[in-house]
Ligand binder design. Structure first.
Ligand SMILES: Nc1ncnc2c1ncn2[C@@H]1O[C@H](COP(=O)(O)OP(=O)(O)OP(=O)(O)O)[C@@H](O)[C@H]1O
Ligand SMILES: [Mg+2]
Length: 248
């Protein structure tokens, strides 16, 4: 469903991705782990075409993403939960959730869009009376749920989650992880999540890829992670200060 071949991306002299390869089969959940600043968010932005890679190709269902001439149709295939939520402050909760439904070629009437938004809010555990509130009136956990409702509002085939549990207490993080897993499975979606949170990795992924030094150092099934003999992976999952990963 998603394939990255030899992706390179630098900002000025700083090389962030240096030959990254990754492949996510249809219907699977991949989690990318890696240190802060290793290029995880940049990877998602490259797939979406928000940032252009310097070298390499990205394929979505076998088609080169750069050949997609209809940007709206291309982006309509994706749902995204942004790192930090990224809700629009000036819009009510339902307008945030229905953002895409209210725009584009297949836009719904406000009444239909509101109805879908309320249904999606219910799916993420929020009651209809939240619909007319504003993001600033909600707790962090509720904002994550709204972001999740927005990501699934248009029933995308592919969903990206960038740090879905950052800033939440362990119980709320667990609730969000469970919800993500359930929703992805029930939609039959292909997903990529990014997280530092190892509990989250175990809860939501089928497969794990470890990004370090611009490349995927290890990839495999989540069940093989603990016994894998990759020193980068082991240092990351155990949080050991000593090992091949150096912190500047
Ligand atoms: N638009 C940009 N212009 C210049 N540098 C950028 C840009 N976007 C990202 N970077 C740099 O690329 C590097 C990787 O950023 P990225 O956001 O992908 O990190 P990350 O792995 O998602 O980290 P975190 O876990 O902290 O979110 C960082 O050093 C960042 O400063
Ligand atoms: Mg990031």
């Amino acid at each position: 469903m998603i394939e990255l071949r030899n992706i390179h991306k630098a900002f000025g002299k700083k090389e962030i991705l240096r030959g990254m390869n990754l492949s996510v089969p249809k219907g699977e959940s991949m989690v990318i782990i890696g240190g802060s600043g290793s290029g995880k968010s940049v990877t998602l932005k490259c797939i979406l075409g928000l940032i252009a890679q310097d070298k390499g190709e990205i394929f979505i269902e076998g088609k080169n993403a750069q050949d997609a001439t209809d940007r709206d149709a291309f982006l309509a295939r994706f749902g995204m939960l942004f790192q930090g939520g990224a809700l629009f402050d000036s819009m009510s909760v339902w307008q945030n959730v229905a953002f895409r439904l209210l725009r584009g070629t297949e836009k719904k009437t406000p009444l239909e869009a509101r109805e879908i938004a309320i249904e999606k809010l219910r799916r993420v555990g929020l009651s209809p009376d939240v619909a007319d509130q504003y993001p600033a009136e909600l707790s962090g956990g509720m904002q994550k749920r709204v972001g999740l409702a927005r990501a699934i509002a248009a029933d995308p085939e592919i969903i990206f989650f960038d740090e879905p549990t950052t800033g939440l207490d362990p119980i709320m993080a667990g609730v969000i992880n469970t919800l993500i897993r359930e929703i992805v499975v029930e939609m039959g979606a292909t997903s990529i999540a990014i997280t530092h949170d190892m509990t989250s990795v175990r809860a939501i992924s089928d497969k794990v890829a470890m990004l370090y030094d611009g490349e995927i150092k290890w990839t495999g099934a989540v069940g093989d992670m603990d016994t894998a003999d990759d020193p980068y992976l082991q240092q990351f999952i155990t949080g050991a200060p000593d090992g091949p990963i150096t912190t500047a």
